[in-house]
Design a protein around this ligand. Sequence first.
Ligand code: HEC
Length: 306
Amino acid sequence: MLQRSRCTLTIKVALFLAVLAFGTATLRAQDARRAKESTVSWHTTRSSPDDLEISGELNEIPAGTIRYLTRADLLALPQVSYTVKGDPNFAGPTRVSGVLLEELSRRFGSRPEADMVQATCVDLYQSHYPQSYIAAHHPILVLTINGQPPERWPTDGAGHGMDMGPYLISHEAFTPSFHVLGHSDEAQIPWGVVRLEFRDEESVLGAIAPRGARAKDHAVLDGYRIAQQNCFRCHNMGSEGGRKARHPWFVLAGWAASYPEYFAAYVRDPKKKNLQSQMPGSPNYDDATIQALIAYFRTFVVEEKP
Ligand code: HEC
């Protein structure tokens, strides 16, 4: 009896040790995989116009510094490939391959669960990819189009004959995931992308959070949501946001507060006010949508009494 229970005990101990050893080995293998996964050769200088600038709040790189990844570095990461339909950058269904932004964020971002990916183009247009957008649409950093590198890509879909490299962002398919008044969630599909940043979403969007006594008004918050996805791509607030327009947030706020009719007309159809305009119009914005934008932008100018 005693003999047998000692024997069972020995078997139990042996089993326990085996499980422990297996567990440790598995953990070690996971660590090794993670370490291997995060190894990417960060370059401190640019070696080609096709290198992608990477910065922001990153795992392996001090905040505020810029590193470069070559096309070859990016091609060495896990690739996805599919036929894109309904992307106005392409004439018809087009085969693309590249790396998912969520894959890049998971590898490089310091807080993948809170990181916003921000893509900046050669003309300082900027697309922002909050977590909610990434989860809904799975944007991809495109590396090849129809199997070809950027020098053999088609030119831009708007017919300006512009090169769309070195990088562009697309989606397998896009269905709007939210609507705010007359604004529908819009595909963020920049081309000429030269930099990706992994940023803290709260601090980026915080830069354009409404101010003052009306900051929590319903219309103001609607305007804020629309401006995040639309205006912020080209109009900057200090160091945040796109700089393509060269008319910063406070200039728009000034128009909204002092000349709301001009502001409204410009947003709906900029070419009517300025033949040379580079700004896309938003003809679908009805009065409530325009009023929400005006109410939002005014919070940067006037301290209204509640
Ligand atoms: C794709 C880039 C882009 C987007 C997005 C964009 N703008 Fe613009 N905006 C411009 C550019 C560029 C100008 C400079 C003049 C021009 O080309 O129209 C401009 C000028 C303006 C002006 C006129 C300023 C002046 O001094 O006359 C207003 C008002 C304006 N934008 C408001 C907005 C608002 C509000 C939004 C969001 C609903 C927005 N813009 C979105 C690019 C953009």
